[in-house]
Ligand binder design. Structure first.
Ligand SMILES: Nc1nc2c(ncn2[C@@H]2O[C@H](COP(=O)(O)OP(=O)(O)OP(=O)(O)O)[C@@H](O)[C@H]2O)c(=O)[nH]1
Ligand SMILES: [Mg+2]
Length: 227
């Protein structure tokens, strides 16, 4: 379903921008659920999810959802200083990839970044670090989106309505508040304005369409010109 979800809007936005596929890089702390998010977006296993205590993804890899949107899964930050250094270097290289149009203009290869947060935790330190030290110095802030995963685990399991596969009223208002608080805290910590994050659950496949809506509604209107 997701590979054809709002296909007309995606096609219109891609054609408006004049190029496709658009490249969207998914970043975040280890275990936030980046690979699970890829699988939820694609509705099949395209990325390996970690099931033990160890981090899972160790390399950048990409996959096309359709001819217009290509997603990149990346390794998570926050497991060790050594790995963070390597992953930061790899991500900076990816964010700076470029191509040239007959040698006249240089364009960035990556079009959008989505920062995934683990909604079941409060620690935002890794996210601030990723933004301040890796993403913001190498990528324009108006092409960065935030999303809160693991909505189902943000409070005790009794607040998840399994029958309806959605949060109960208590959890829903908690998640609403959380989205506003994450936006404010990110803006304070980075000095950059961001859209209000969507909350969703990759594992429960809840609100994944909202995540896609945010992506579709924020597709760039032009290529990213570097020079
Ligand atoms: N409850 C719940 N668990 C989730 C959700 N999404 C992911 N998880 C679990 O979180 C763990 C980490 O998920 P991954 O998708 O591997 O996370 P990642 O961000 O790709 O991790 P790295 O590759 O190590 O950076 C796994 O045990 C998932 O099953 C979710 O929406 N809800
Ligand atoms: Mg992963």
């Amino acid at each position: 379903m997701n590979s054809v979800y709002r296909q007309n809007d995606i096609e219109r936005n891609a054609k408006r921008a004049g190029f496709y596929p658009m490249d969207i890089v998914v970043v975040g702390g280890t275990g936030a659920g980046k690979s699970s998010t890829m699988n939820a977006l694609f509705e099949k296993e395209v990325a390996k999810v970690g099931h033990g205590c160890d981090p899972e993804t160790s390399k950048n890899s990409h996959k096309e959802l359709n001819q217009y949107l290509r997603f990149w899964d990346t390794p998570g930050f926050g497991d060790s200083v050594e790995k963070d250094k390597k992953y930061a270097k790899d991500l900076i290289k990816l964010l700076n990839e470029s191509w040239t149009d007959n040698g006249r203009t240089i364009y960035g290869a990556i079009d959008m970044v989505i920062v995934i947060l683990d909604g079941s935790g409060r620690d935002m330190g890794t996210t601030y670090k990723i933004l301040n030290e890796v993403v913001l110095p190498n990528f324009p802030s108006d092409r960065i989106l935030m999303a809160i995963n693991q909505a189902d685990a943000a409070k005790s399991p009794k607040h998840w309505n399994n029958q309806k596969n959605e949060p109960d009223e208590v959890l829903k208002s908690f998640l609403e508040e959380k989205a506003i608080s994450v936006k404010r805290r990110i803006e304070e910590a980075t000095g950059t304005r961001v859209c209000k994050p969507v909350y969703y659950s990759a594992e429960k496949e809840y609100n994944v369409e909202k995540l896609l809506d945010m992506i579709i509604d924020n597709m760039p209107t032009s290529r990213r010109k570097i020079q």
